[in-house]
Design a protein around this ligand. Structure first.
Ligand SMILES: NC(=O)c1ccc[n+]([C@@H]2O[C@H](COP(=O)([O-])OP(=O)(O)OC[C@H]3O[C@@H](n4cnc5c(N)ncnc54)[C@H](O)[C@@H]3O)[C@@H](O)[C@H]2O)c1
Ligand SMILES: [Zn+2]
Ligand SMILES: [Zn+2]
Length: 389
């Protein structure tokens, strides 16, 4: 089959690889009909999350069940499903509590309690390096889905792929960010990053009753997108008065909730980059710092942007002084997918309005380049293996 294979930093090509096979009795093989590129894929592409051998990438995908293992009870050949990006057994200590990204059974080699830089990681994820289980991903014609009785969700025919694809990851991720922030009617929410995840968090904030949603991004075209699809107020992260502007929009206090939907690859100046090299730091925790400034005292900072290394000079003093609560992590897709699906089905939320490019799978390499460099007003790319036929 054809698949988007990561070779080394900045090098992804569409290659012929072996077809996936049923390996465990509760596996399925899915024929992928749509798959997206995520900001999280860029961390591998850019070398911030290391991967030393070739791997098929892609953790946002949906398709048609092609083959089922003998222990699969919930699905049959021909079913159309979306698949959560974290791989979970559904049975262990963490899965039972809704913390599927910490599943104890899906990352045998690198799992552990420590959460160190290169070992003691969380549960498995599709197409997300050997450290997270070494599973091939879904930017491919076919993909093996383990624990198929747990993750995949059947989608009725009335909804097309573009309407539901983002239930795999980014909508439940935006939803998790807002739920972790305990957003309630009347709240003001400031969301850093108007990429796909930030846009989804904006939608989730409105649905949960936010009164004011303020989106911060350095790129004009992404701010325009946020305004046009989600009707939010926008600010430029490079504005010298950013902090004061946020305070003036929130009764001088700061927002009730601040969300980081950017992560460690946030844009930064040459000086900031030089400092990071000097401190042996990868990327920056600058957006978390900005969140701690933008949020009001005793507010909540919710972090779904990905971080993969430690940072010195972290503003622990401000977190203490302001009495902040913070929550970080991979989204609880398994927990929220039904609720998120219902919002789409009932028409309360539209997800496909963020798609800027629909391309054949064979264009994956160009698509990564465009999404990474933010050219051609790229916001979200959906790859469709069927367009190659
Ligand atoms: N926690 C999870 O489960 C989960 C799931 C999906 C994605 N993610 C992460 O969410 C983050 C965003 O993903 P995405 O797909 O939207 O990526 P993206 O790269 O398209 O979007 C990031 C956005 O942040 C903006 N940005 C850069 N520096 C900024 C700053 N200083 N202040 C405000 N905005 C800034 C960029 O211009 C861009 O629009 C990534 O780190 C990704 O890995 C996490
Ligand atoms: Zn993702
Ligand atoms: Zn588990």
């Amino acid at each position: 089959m054809k698949a988007a294979v990561f070779h080394k930093i900045g090098d992804i090509s569409v290659d012929n690889v072996a077809d996936p096979k049923i390996e465990q009795p509760d596996d399925i093989i899915l024929r992928v009909t749509s798959t997206a590129i995520c900001g999280s894929d860029l961390h591998i592409y850019d070398g911030f999350v290391p991967q030393l051998r070739d791997e098929v990438l892609g953790h946002e995908f949906m398709g048609i069940v092609e083959e089922v293992g003998p222990a699969v009870t919930k699905l049959k050949k021909g079913d159309r499903v979306v698949v959560p990006f974290t791989i979970a057994c559904g049975q262990c200590f963490f899965c039972q509590q809704g913390y599927h990204p910490s599943c104890e059974h899906t990352n045998p080699e690198f799992y552990g309690p420590q959460g160190d830089l290169l070992k003691g990681k969380g549960g498995g994820m599709f197409g997300y390096t050997d450290m997270y289980g070494g599973y091939n991903g879904g930017q491919a014609e076919y993909v093996r889905v383990p624990h198929a009785n747990v993750g995949p969700k059947i989608i009725p025919d009335g909804l097309d792929d573009d309407q539901v694809l983002f239930l795999t990851d980014i909508f439940p991720t935006g939803w998790s960010a807002v739920k972790w922030g305990k957003v309630k009617p009347g709240d003001s929410v400031v969301i850093f990053g108007s990429g796909p995840v930030g846009l989804m968090a904006q939608k989730a904030a409105w649905v949960n009753g936010a009164e004011r949603v303020i989106a911060v991004d350095p790129l004009q075209y992404r701010r325009d997108k946020a305004q046009s699809v989600n009707n939010v107020e926008v600010l430029d992260s490079n504005d010298d008065d950013l902090r004061e502007k946020i305070y003036s929009m929130t009764n001088g206090r700061g927002a009730d909730v601040a969300i980081d939907a950017v992560g460690m690859e946030a844009s930064r100046s040459f000086l900031e980059k030089a400092k990071a090299v000097f401190n042996a730091e990868k990327g920056t925790a600058k957006v978390i710092e900005m969140c701690t400034e933008a949020v009001r005292r005793n507010g909540i900072v919710s972090v779904v942007g990905v971080y993969a290394s430690p940072y010195d000079n972290f503003p622990i003093h401000r977190i203490f002084d302001k009495g902040l609560t913070m929550q970080f992590g991979q989204a609880q897709t398994h927990v929220y997918i039904d609720q998120c699906f219902e919002l789409v089905r009932s028409g309360k939320v539209t997800l496909n309005d963020i798609i800027s490019h629909r391309l054949p799978l064979s264009k994956a390499s160009e698509a990564y380049d465009m999404f990474k460099n933010k050219t051609d007003d790229c916001v979200k790319v959906v790859l469709k293996p069927g367009l190659d036929k």
